[in-house]
Design a protein around this ligand. Structure first.
Ligand code: URA
Length: 197
């Protein structure tokens, strides 16, 4: 059985393949009352080593794009659907996603964000519970049952996609503009205007 202390998962052995592969459980980071919650797929190597979501190249893209909108990484909450690194960076299985869902639901319920932004196909399909063409649907918002309430989920491409395809960079930036607008942030570069954003 897993245990969660506050927002941190401290112990879990639900997924044998992930228990074998991981160095540690990677819980979400950021304020427990953030207005904006980003949800990725699963930790990669950097995240597994450092114990924090989105700290590799994808994380740099995310941080930079947030900053361009006057938002600091420390002002938002960032988490993953699955909290342990899958072997060879494969996608998490349906069973692994389900095993970890309880933690994600508890986190969403506790943080109670204005908007949940799904970074890439796996989190988008997991939270919307349907097939999602992320590039086509990026920037669209759907209201779903999540963490005990109806919540707005904004589909976004994975930040890593922007590293390989410039057109995805625009798609990513436009989705973040929508997220900033939904959370009530003016896109005025440089300074955080967010308070407890
Ligand atoms: N990609 C993800 O989906 N999550 C991370 O934490 C890092 C990269």
């Amino acid at each position: 059985m897993g245990t969660m202390e506050g927002l941190e998962v401290t112990e879990c052995e639900r997924c044998p393949a992930l228990v074998d592969c991981r160095s540690r459980i990677v819980s979400g980071v950021g304020p427990a009352d953030a207005d904006l919650l980003f949800v990725g797929e699963a930790p990669g190597q950097n995240e597994d080593e450092q114990g924090e979501p989105f700290v590799g190249r994808s994380g740099s893209v995310l941080d930079e794009q947030l900053r361009e909108r006057g938002v600091e990484r420390a002002d938002v909450r960032i988490t993953n659907c699955v909290r342990c690194r899958p072997p060879e960076n494969r996608d998490p299985t349906g069973e692994e996603l389900e095993n970890c869902r309880e933690y994600l639901d508890a986190e969403v319920e506790r943080v109670d964000p204005d908007v949940v932004v799904t970074l890439g196909k796996v989190p988008s399909e997991h939270l919307l519970d349907r097939d999602v063409a992320v590039t086509k649907e990026a920037g669209s918002v759907e209201t779903v049952d999540l963490g005990g309430e109806r919540r707005d989920v904004l589909v976004c491409v994975h930040p890593a996609a922007t590293l390989y395809d410039r057109s995805q960079a625009d798609t990513f930036a436009n989705a973040l503009d929508t997220a900033a607008t939904m959370a009530g942030v003016e896109s005025d570069a440089g300074q955080s205007q967010l308070g407890d954003f």
